[in-house]
Design a protein around this ligand. Structure first.
Ligand SMILES: NC(=O)c1ccc[n+]([C@@H]2O[C@H](COP(=O)([O-])OP(=O)(O)OC[C@H]3O[C@@H](n4cnc5c(N)ncnc54)[C@H](O)[C@@H]3O)[C@@H](O)[C@H]2O)c1
Length: 333
């Protein structure tokens, strides 16, 4: 590809803004079109980037002819955009979680495979130095126990922030564990390999009455991995006194502590001072650079999370919700 990489967006909300801002640092990126059911959102971003605005995905892809498309959709809104991109053989980046509906996600994964299409899922923490250092060390000294998740306060849905409106609805977001703690689930897979079984519990009824709120206040999710390792992951959106993002990984001769949104890393080894690796603040630029390089060169090796890989992460989150509904452990298939 001689010129710039032409990028289009489906969904013109918060994450479309985050990725377009990240791309301002990428010389090769040219944002050419935005699509949104709410055309005013597409127009606002299109104006900022001298791009075109559309309501219809197919029309945008045919008219703007992008080299790749970013799908920045809420979890319940997937399907049409992926199939539109696959039909036209346009590589796509999809924000996490890749779907709510496992059946549809499996169909998309099959179509991606048949089309041999380049894809990237938005698990940006896979591009962090600390995470990759841990992955290299754990390849020789495997993880035994993992503990982590996201704890936040009571949500306050507001029309000014569209994400807050769908986030509190189980049928739209899949709940905090599926929507947000998917980052941790994915990292645990990146560090420990695939899961064998999931067993989960939910806490409900502790948050004050919130319009439209149908998600759990907290979840505790136990995971057994194929490697023999075990994990305890959690979500909470009801803790107003203390919260945060944490991930602790314990192996026989080393341990790792990741803290905060940027996953600042501390490495522990017996008899040695802990080693610190700071988290990268510009992680979306690093992630976008890797995907756009793959689009430009046709070489997918810079991409650390394909659609097929992200499907395995989704299986765990869906199994957690299923385990709560059935009150049974769920095997991952
Ligand atoms: N990687 C991260 O750290 C991170 C952070 C926040 C959100 N996310 C994820 O990014 C995704 C998008 O989140 P967001 O914050 O941008 O949400 P948002 O609600 O701000 O924006 C979504 C936009 O999509 C539009 N939309 C909905 N259905 C559509 C359709 N069928 N066709 C076209 N447009 C449609 C909505 O009108 C809205 O403007 C979600 O999956 C979310 O989980 C990722």
């Amino acid at each position: 590809m001689a010129g710039k990489v032409r990028v289009a967006f489906v969904g013109s909300g918060g994450m479309a803004q985050a990725h377009t801002q990240a791309m301002e640092q990428i010389r090769k990126a040219q944002v050419v079109a935005f699509c949104d059911l709410k055309i005013s959102r597409a127009r606002a971003l299109a104006q900022k980037y001298e791009a075109e605005a559309f309501k219809d995905v197919g029309k945008m892809l045919d008219t703007a002819a992008p080299d790749c498309v970013y799908l920045m959709l809420p979890p319940f809104a997937h399907g049409e955009a992926e199939f539109a991109a696959i039909e036209r053989k346009i590589p796509f980046f999809v924000e996490k979680p890749i779907n709510l509906d496992l059946k549809q996600a499996r169909k998309i994964a099959k179509a991606v495979e048949e089309a041999k299409l380049l894809t990237c899922a938005g698990y940006m923490n896979r591009y962090r130095k600390g995470i990759n250092r841990a992955r290299t060390m754990l390849a020789k000294d495997p993880a035994i126990y993992v503990n982590g998740g996201w704890i936040g306060g009571t949500p306050h849905p507001s029309p000014d922030r569209p994400i807050t409106m769908w986030w509190v609805k189980q049928s739209k977001s899949g709940g905090q564990f599926l929507e947000q703690v998917t980052h941790t689930v994915d990292l645990v897979r990146y560090l420990c390999g695939d899961a064998a079984e999931v067993c989960a519990y939910a806490a409900r009824g502790f948050n004050p009455k919130i319009p439209g709120y149908t998600i759990a206040d907290a979840m505790a999710v136990a995971i057994k991995f194929k490697s023999g390792a075990v994990a305890n992951l959690h979500s909470a959106c009801s803790s107003n006194a203390r919260g945060g993002v944490t991930l602790d990984v314990y192996a026989n001769k080393c341990a790792f502590q990741f803290t905060g949104w940027d996953h600042a890393c501390k490495i522990f080894r017996p008899g040695k001072e802990p080693q610190e690796i700071p988290g990268e603040p510009n992680i979306f630029t690093l992630e976008d650079r890797a995907f756009l390089r793959a689009v430009e060169t046709g070489d997918p090796s810079s991409v650390r999370s394909s659609y097929a890989d992200a499907l395995e992460t989704l299986k765990i989150s869906v199994a957690a919700n299923q385990s709560i509904a059935t009150k049974q452990p769920v095997r991952i298939r």
